[in-house]
Write a protein that binds this ligand. Structure first.
Ligand code: SF4
Ligand code: SF4
Length: 294
């Protein structure tokens, strides 16, 4: 498959987790993956829109997918929730022709090209670990992780439901583990790697959200993790940016450096200038320096 994609980073990567977007672009360029911006794409609306206005959510997804299809490219993202939202809608469009016809009727009314349901939705992590030759990837690694103990936090919206993610679902997912091994690190097994980070309960119950992220991070630390990586800008926000409030909430330090998978990959590829490590809430500098990575 040609590694030329419509790039849908999601609004979190555009507004807050800019370092993940920057690292993803740098890594993709070095690996020969073309990421083409989608100038007309809007926010997908995520879980909130899906639950409150399902038909509207499907129309928004169809409009985004139609833009990718118009350019003749499959879509790639770095947000688990964008991935799930667009994959879920796409699965319905590909299996429910009557629904697609109704949604296309709405698109045509607002001047958008009807969606033909030919697009596939990928995570950039899947492209890197499934579509790039591992030996080629290794050839781009300038600094081995040198045994760094890395906790892979998959999150949940790239794993479930199984029917839309097929072989990549749930317990079968191993993309982050494979990437860590390829980079010379040690994946850390811990309880919580495939659990929810709490992001989507933040507005309704911030105490519960903080307890969820604290539990996942502390389990990873107890299992020996020196850093944590995730494939999702929203997971990054929870497990990284909200560690401070979570520490106050549980009355206990966590202090686990967390970053997007693309940032650690950028460091290993000698692209640390694009990794945005200075924007992280718990600095990994000392740990990475001790391993000869910085
Ligand atoms: S899932 Fe969230 S970050 Fe991604 S586009 Fe939708 S609303 Fe934005
Ligand atoms: S772990 Fe949290 S932010 Fe990540 S995909 Fe799941 S609910 Fe969304």
């Amino acid at each position: 498959m040609k590694l030329d994609f419509a790039y849908y980073p999601g609004c979190a990567a555009k507004q807050v987790q800019k370092e993940a977007d920057r690292a993803a672009r740098a890594v993709a360029q070095t690996l020969g993956i073309t990421l083409r911006d989608m100038p007309r794409a809007t926010c997908c609306g995520a879980v909130s829109l899906r639950e409150t206005k399902p038909a509207f959510s499907l129309a928004v997804a169809a409009r985004i997918l139609s833009e990718a299809e118009e350019g003749g490219r499959h879509l790639v993202t770095i947000c688990n929730t964008c991935l799930q939202t667009l994959s879920h809608a796409n699965h319905r469009f590909q299996n429910e022709p009557d629904l697609l016809e109704k949604i296309n009727h709405v698109l045509v009314q607002v001047g958008v090209r009807p969606y033909q349901a030919t697009i596939q939705v990928f995570h950039l992590l899947w492209v890197i670990t499934d579509q790039i030759d591992p030996q080629f990837l290794k050839s781009k690694v300038k600094k081995s992780l040198n045994g760094l103990r890395v906790a892979p936090f998959y999150g949940c919206h790239n794993l479930r439901p199984a029917e839309i993610f097929a072989a990549k679902a749930g317990e079968e997912a191993d993309h982050l583990d494979r990437l860590i091994l390829l980079l010379g690190g040690q994946p850390v097994a811990y309880d919580g790697h495939d659990k929810c980070c709490g992001f989507h309960v933040m507005l309704s119950d911030k105490t519960e959200m903080r307890a969820m992220l604290a539990k996942n991070c502390l389990n990873a630390k107890k299992a020996g993790a020196e850093v944590m990586i995730t494939p999702c800008t929203l997971c990054d926000m929870s497990m990284g940016s909200f560690q401070g409030p979570a520490e106050k909430s549980i009355g206990q330090p966590i202090q686990l450096p967390e970053m997007n998978f693309a940032q650690l990959l950028a460091v290993a590829m000698g692209l640390e200038g694009s990794a945005g490590l200075n924007r992280l809430h718990v600095s990994p500098q000392a740990t990475l320096t001790a391993r000869g990575l910085l």
